[in-house]
Ligand binder design. Sequence first.
Ligand code: UGA
Length: 438
Amino acid sequence: MKICFIGTGYVGLVSGVCFSDLGNNVICIDKDREKLSRLVNGDIPIFEPGLSELVRKNLDAGRLSFSDDLIGSINKSDIVFIAVGTPTAKDGVSADLSQVFSVAQLISKKIKTHKIIVTKSTVPIGTGDKIEKILNKNKKKGLFTIVSNPEFLREGEAIKDFKYPDRVVIGANDKKVIKIFNELYRPIVNKGAAFVSSSRRAAELIKYASNAFLATKISFINEIANLCEKVHVNVDDVALGIGLDKRIGSRFLRAGPAYGGSCFPKDTKALAKVGKHHNSPLSIVNAVINFNEKRKKDIENNIYRILHNKIKNKTICFLGVTFKANTDDLRDSSAINLISKFIKKGAKINYYEPSGSKEILDKQKNVNYFDDLYSATKNADLIIIHTEWDEFKNLNFSKIKNNNKKITIYDLRNLYDSKSFNNKNNITYYSIGRPVNA
Ligand code: UGA
């Protein structure tokens, strides 16, 4: 099929490239010419394992192209995906839909033949209706069908999530269009994904409700982890024991720091706002948002306790600063919040990050990036394992000890068996939801 993606951000680029890999002709459109010229040369502006190889392969096969010609590209396509950003608005809670609506305006003025227009961006319930109104206003009745096709891609796992999703959701109020999407997603559905067709408004809500539910699961296990610390129980045992119940499921039950990233914090707030707007307050979602804020403070306080409230001139080493592994994304990463708190209290920060140094941190006084893990840990009073990168799962503790008389570790991802540190080798090991050294 002939497809175009408006917006070559995370969602647009990954989805566009993956659709081209399924044999479709895809044009990825962006107004940022510099970004486009990098993309044409296979230079990928985001960190996503496997993506650059896939871009190269499909550029070479002639199925993928990049363009800044919005109207020309739309006119060459049967299906137009809107994949522009929907960041948090100035009010700090709602989704800012200005980019989605300005794209709709542009399309409405120029389309000449029938197009299927799809929202891939995460948009609140009723956005499809509003896009429809914009197009109708410009007297394009009958020339378009608006569809909602939310994405469920995780950063760092996006290609796998695209190719092997649990489900594909298509929200359309037109049966003929659902058939077209059935065909488009056939290679993926044939590999086992469920195909869910619903009303457009339901699809819009499925996206927000999915992210809110996952955020709820994480907050739930984080709160249970707090209790575990008080009652000398290992939270990993609890997560395993409850997760094996298929009604609960074991995924997204890893206790850790406050959840972060560009989606859960933004989407939970936007969903709560929608609930409030429709006079249907979402008390559970609100509790999750508040708990996650409190989680940041709780972890910060745990660190003060570990350092006996003596932070000034202490060297704190962060292993990983991104909000999770396999991404270079710092958005809403709890490390950023913690580092700024510690600096204000006079600490020195060393950090090692597999995705490279970060400008926002390097600008700050007393923050130092090391491109070698073992140099970063040198003389650290506390080593915080912040992100679950694979290379932190088998640390050479003897090597760390060469440069440190005593090691104190706070493992926010429970990468190690806490019992293995039992009074051994002068290592004090703290983790999440588990008794110290037990
Ligand atoms: C999330 C969803 O998982 C995707 O399905 C969705 O498409 C995407 O948002 C989006 O809306 O675009 P992502 O933000 O990339 O994906 O990252 P996740 O892997 O979901 O992790 C989010 C946060 O939860 C991270 O801070 C992670 O460390 C934390 N997390 C995750 C836990 O603390 N415990 C877990 O068990 C899982």
